[in-house]
Ligand binder design. Structure first.
Ligand code: SAM
Length: 361
């Protein structure tokens, strides 16, 4: 199968590295990584990719310039491999520079082709994250049909039971940790932990727990779902023991509580420690600090600058050797830390473009 791991712009290379770890060679393109594989690769990627948003199966491609041609060719796609009467589907159509451009009419024809191919009318889902979504893309008269094998986005791990304001997406937290190169050898600290995303993702990574362990995937409902194969993949998980502390701090008591609840839901409460402290004194001299400081609209510019300045002073005073990775909406704010920072990448976080900066000592 032709597979595509959708990845947020700015972290595609990290997703490609993750695929490499899984023994899969991929090709990075804007917005994700293309690769090929069978059901085993499809299941492994959904279960293990920490930075991808979803895994698509590009399952049919043909040229169509009129509707009769579309129905005739779409009917030949292997719908019977995954469709069965119980599963619900959702069809999303886009069209650019093509003779067929009326998206609603394309959707109707695709549905008709499916009915003719499988001999029943598939149930249509009303909600975004329900069932299996089918993406039909027309580009210069070439119709590409992809199926979303993941279901809800992969960053929905199933552990976020308590929320705080401005949480970081799980896949972005994982990307920050992977980009730091941290694997659990030294303490990892997030001084602005909010709902605990960075420490929880760090614990999952260090303990070699797949991020998708607590959730289900759309492919589990497909007709070709190989339950035995999936069970074998699950049985091969080998958890590692984590020796170094993973710590989260926050000035808000409710954030610390939310972090603990989420860590419990993720099954890693024994590996992380959260405390209601601001810039605490630490007992170790070496560490990796990964954090998402507050830069929200509710804070005044002066307060935000002050937070970044204190972050810089704090790492310098606490550690003789450190790696600091942090997010900032601008280079000038990142420089308020007073550290020798360099930008590694940038991505969108909650609708704002933020840079990921690094400083080492
Ligand atoms: C952008 S949020 C972090 C979100 C977090 N990464 C998550 O995934 O939920 C910033 C956090 O910093 C905390 N904070 C603000 N000022 C602080 C300070 N001086 N010391 C410690 N924490 C602070 C806020 O309470 C908030 O939870």
């Amino acid at each position: 199968m032709e597979l595509f791991a959708v990845s947020q712009p700015g972290i595609e290379e990290v997703t490609a590295e993750e695929l490499k770890e899984l023994g899969i060679k991929g090709r990075v393109v804007p917005g994700g990584v293309e690769f090929s594989g069978g059901l085993e690769e499809l299941y492994r990627c959904n279960l293990w990719l920490r930075t991808a948003t979803r895994v698509l199966v590009r399952f049919c491609q043909f040229k169509a310039k009129h509707f009769a041609e579309l129905v005739r060719k779409a009917k030949r796609c292997k719908w019977e491999n995954f469709l069965k009467p119980e599963i619900s589907i959702r069809i999303r159509v886009t069209s650019r520079r093509s003779k067929l451009y009326h998206t609603k009419a394309i959707e109707e024809r695709i549905l008709r082709s499916i009915e003719e191919a499988v001999g029943f009318s598939p149930k249509l889902s009303r909600f975004e994250d329900e069932g299996t979504s089918i993406v039909v893309r027309f580009e210069r008269d070439i119709c590409t049909i992809s199926i979303n094998s993941s279901g809800p986005p992969l960053y929905k791990r199933g552990y976020r039971v308590a929320e705080t304001e401005a949480p970081l997406r799980e896949n972005l937290a994982a990307a920050m940790i992977l980009l730091s190169g941290w694997k659990g050898e030294v303490p990892l600290i997030d001084p602005f932990c909010g709902s605990g995303t960075i420490p929880i993702e760090a614990a999952l990574l260090a303990a070699n727990i797949p991020p998708g362990r607590k959730r289900t995937f759309a492919f589990m409902e497909w007709k070709n779902f190989d339950e035995e194969l999936f069970r074998r993949i699950l049985s091969e998980i080998k958890e590692r023991s984590v020796k170094s502390p993973i710590l989260g701090f926050d000035i808000e008591e409710k954030a610390v509580k939310a972090s603990a609840e989420n860590a419990k839901a993720a099954g890693v409460l024994n590996l992380v420690k959260f405390e209601n402290l601001s810039f605490p004194s630490l007992s170790f001299k070496e560490g990796v600090v990964i954090t998402n400081p507050p830069y929200g609209k509710r804070l005044s510019v002066r307060n935000v600058k002050e937070i970044y300045r204190r972050l810089g002073e704090w790492v310098e005073s606490q550690f003789s050797s450190y790696k600091l990775l942090f997010l900032s909406p601008s280079e000038s704010l990142a420089k308020e830390t007073g550290l020798n920072v360099r930008k590694i990448t940038h991505f969108s976080n909650g609708g704002i473009t933020v840079g990921l900066y690094r400083a080492d000592r």
